[in-house]
Design a binder for this molecule. Structure first.
Ligand code: ADP
Ligand code: MG
Ligand code: MG
Length: 211
């Protein structure tokens, strides 16, 4: 249920939260193949907290806050409260999306310039902190093609499709970094859950732009 008057960015976050509920089992299974099986819990738990926070009275209500403010609240939740490798990295991505939306005037909708800039800055932040390169089987494998599509002037639909393609391709590569690094061929055929989750965010943003 999407509250009346919510910004497109907030609708995207709420859609992502609903999608993470539905995908919890799949994301858990994917993280069991190449990791410790907690990614579904980490993402769903973080997004549940985000929705609780957005539903609370803290920030003026859905109609009273900008997309940038909703994204900043979500970033804070992931940075401060969500564990795993993914929690802080997703927090960094959301913080860059928030900062770019703020620079774009606060009301930036998915598909506006703010989102593209935020993805490019988010990729840089995730790589700066996490040190992963494309091909390492991480969320970078969804973010990098998305940022590349932004640089090519891609529409939000094209950016989201690039992220989904990138996530799918993680099933084809050998892991070289993180917990997946020593699993080798075992992970072939199974996409990286963090990359899948980033693709889900962009699909949610695309859907929210049409709400
Ligand atoms: P943990 O491995 O600590 O249990 P999670 O299960 O929460 O972490 O998150 C796993 C996801 O984090 C992976 O699927 C991958 O997409 C992402 N990830 C792991 N290491 C990195 C990294 N160095 N850079 C970017 N993303 C990473
Ligand atoms: Mg894990
Ligand atoms: Mg873990």
């Amino acid at each position: 249920t999407l509250p009346e008057g919510a910004s497109a960015a907030e609708r995207a976050l709420r859609r992502w939260a609903a999608d993470a509920e539905a995908a919890h089992g799949d994301l858990t299974r994917l993280d069991r193949v190449a990791g410790d099986g907690d990614f579904g819990d980490n993402l769903r738990g973080g997004l549940r907290r985000v929705v609780v926070r957005l539903d609370g009275t803290g920030e003026g209500g859905p109609a009273g806050r900008s997309g940038a403010e909703a994204l900043a609240a979500a970033a804070e939740v992931f940075l401060d409260e969500v564990g795993g490798t993914s929690g802080p990295l997703v927090g960094l991505l959301l913080a860059e999306l928030a900062a770019a939306a703020e620079r774009a005037g606060g009301a930036s909708a998915p598909g506006d310039g703010g989102w593209g800039e935020g993805l490019v800055a988010g990729l840089a932040a995730v790589q700066r902190v996490g040190g992963a390169e494309p091909g390492d089987r991480t969320m970078v494998d969804a973010l990098a093609p998305a940022a590349g599509s932004v640089a090519d002037g891609g529409s939000l639909a094209q950016v989201a499709a690039a992220a989904a393609d990138g996530a799918r391709r993680t099933a084809d590569v050998r892991a070289r970094r993180g917990r997946a690094a020593y699993l080798g061929d075992r992970v072939v055929g199974s996409p990286d859950p963090g990359a899948v989750a980033v693709a889900m965010l962009l699909r949610a943003a695309l859907a929210a732009a049409d709400d």
